[in-house]
Ligand binder design. Structure first.
Ligand code: GLC
Length: 547
């Protein structure tokens, strides 16, 4: 029996608002995605994962869903979705969608019904309504804070105009949490799963997969998590990583197993590392994002541990590994690696921070990306990283849309969501024919536009493309990794006959010192001139036995 495709796939994340705009309104859409499938085919990815394109007021870039089974008019129609799916299929590209089960939009008809209904009614039971504390219920039911800053509770007005109950929103006020203790919520989501599986999607990425179930009694928390990714803390708040979520996943696994063709469920899961394997037990989800690689800075021990520890854990449950360096929630890695390894990032990058070393950032990002693309398991890429696109710090506050910015005053995540650069000399760099773009693109996006890189030897795009092709040919994603002793400033391992070396130092590395002198270079992350047997500074290489 051959292993399911997703175990060693390369999956490309499309953020629909920012990928390609076919109707010229400055916001990407499904027709835009269809029009750019050639790019993805050339790159060689196995699948795309689409961030939400469902009906939504767009208060959190679509992670505030008002209708789970329809397309937002800004992005197109269900027919456009079917068309995109069909065109992708012709190119052997599967499509994974994003399921947002922790919360809906406050514009969801069921939330509107809940607001209009009385306390204690079945309508209110769909969400997390509670009485407030204090003499007149004027205080929130507990001390939970929103991930996007501020209280996680908002008080409503009852039908008679009086101050009433409070509802829980772990994220923005406009993202009320569903009540997963209510069987009706569970039944509704089963239907949503089937709706998209019937349409032919290859699976789902589960948003906030560590949320949904809250500790009984909603006790006060001693820890409040700010920002999205908290990994190594052993203490999580009573609204994350509760054992009850696993029951939901076992239920969903049964549904997905009814469908042919190895569909996949992948969790966005921010549980403590040792709890991750629970999510990917054989009767639960197939994969969970391993964010430790994304969090690792330019440091031998950190990168080593970010590879070794999750691999050891997933082995416990015979699960597969996942690797990711960038997504729509974090500072792009071409920028992260342009800062010193001890630079402290906040939530997003502000205009007032020192500028990164752009050249070094790209060099190091390419080196880590090339390392990632060799690793056993599957790699998740974020649109634009194949071009080396950078985080954009220079966005006027009034154009920023991230609710974390609006609620917490932090720069937030808009800087990694700036629309793609396709053509260096076209309006909006080819994102939209009208030149409109919902966020301004910097001049550096022109320098790194796709048309300057596709079929251009030595470009970042061509490095990714060659890596994805070779990875498949050499079946790297299926190999066992064994470490090579390599000192403090290099990372080296074998995957079958192939050796991978990442030189973290500022000096060229003589491969003979690692016992790899006789090997031939297959791929190197940066196109410097260099002597045979030497790996330039801040570079990675894939090596194969000579002869
Ligand atoms: C996830 C998404 C993020 C979103 C949040 C709330 O973490 O990746 O973009 O804001 O969930 O849905």
């Amino acid at each position: 029996m051959t292993a399911p495709w997703w175990r060693d796939a390369v999956v490309y994340q499309v953020y629909p608002r920012s990928f390609a705009d076919a109707n010229g309104d400055g916001m990407g859409d499904l027709k835009g995605i269809t029009s750019r499938l050639d790019h993805l085919e050339k790159l060689g990815v196995d699948a795309i994962w689409l961030s939400p394109f469902f009906t939504s007021p767009q208060n959190d870039g679509g992670y505030d869903v008002a209708d789970y089974c329809d397309v937002d008019p800004r992005f197109g129609t269900l027919a456009d979705f079917d068309e995109m799916l069909a065109r992708a299929k012709e190119r052997n590209i599967r499509v994974i969608i994003d399921l947002v089960p922790n919360h809906s939009s406050s514009a969801h008809p069921l939330f509107q019904k809940a607001l209009a209904a009385a306390p204690g009614s079945p309508e209110r039971e769909m969400y997390m309504f509670r009485e407030g504390k204090g003499e007149n219920g004027e205080l929130p039911p507990n001390n939970w804070q929103s991930i996007f800053h501020g209280d996680a509770w908002t008080r409503v007005k009852e039908a008679d105009g009086s101050d009433g109950q409070w509802y829980l929103h772990l994220f923005d006020t406009s993202q009320p949490d569903w009540n997963w203790e209510n069987p009706k919520v569970r039944e509704m989501f089963r239907g949503i799963l089937r709706f998209w599986l019937d349409r032919g999607v290859a699976g789902m990425r589960i948003d906030v997969a560590h949320g949904m179930v809250k500790e009984e009694g909603l006790p006060d928390t001693e820890v409040n998590t700010k920002g999205l990714v908290a990994l190594d803390s052993d203490k999580l708040p009573p609204y994350f990583d509760q054992d009850g979520v696993h029951e939901i996943y076992r239920d969903w696994r049964k549904i997905i197993n009814e469908y042919p063709g190895d569909r996949v469920l992948v969790a966005e899961c921010c549980a403590p590392r040792h709890r991750m394997p629970l999510y990917i037990r054989p009767d639960e989800l197939h994969q969970a994002f391993n964010f430790s690689f994304l969090l690792a800075r330019w440091d031998k021990t950190l990168l080593h541990d970010a590879i070794e520890k999750p691999m050891a854990l997933s082995r416990e449950v015979e699960g597969s590994n996942t690797w990711v360096l960038s997504n729509h929630d974090v500072i792009r890695h071409a920028t992260r690696y342009g800062y010193a390894p001890d630079y402290k990032f906040g939530e997003g990058l502000s205009r007032d921070e020192p500028a990164p070393d752009r050249e070094l950032g790209l060099r190091r990002a390419r080196a880590v990306s090339l390392t990632m693309l060799s690793l056993p398991g599957s790699a998740y890429l974020y649109q634009g990283e194949e071009l080396g696109l950078e985080e954009v710090a220079d966005i006027p506050d009034e154009l920023r849309e991230d609710p974390a910015h609006k609620r917490g005053g932090v720069p937030g995540r808009d800087g990694c969501r700036v629309p793609m650069a396709w053509q260096h000399d076209a309006p909006a760099y080819g994102f939209s024919e009208t030149g409109k773009s919902w966020l301004p693109q910097p001049a550096s996006y022109g320098e790194r536009a796709a048309d300057k890189q596709v079929d251009v030897p030595g470009s970042t795009f061509e490095m990714y493309r060659a890596a994805i092709r070779l990875r498949r040919e050499l079946k790297l994603g299926e190999q066992e990794l064994t470490w090579i002793e390599s000192g403090d400033e290099a990372l080296a391992f074998r995957l079958g006959e192939t050796a991978v070396v990442l030189n973290l130092s500022e000096q060229p590395l003589d491969l003979a010192t690692l016992g790899l002198g006789g090997m031939r270079e297959l791929l190197v992350s940066y196109p410097d001139e260099h002597a045979a047997g030497m790996l330039p500074a801040n570079c990675a290489a894939w090596l194969t036995p000579a002869g």
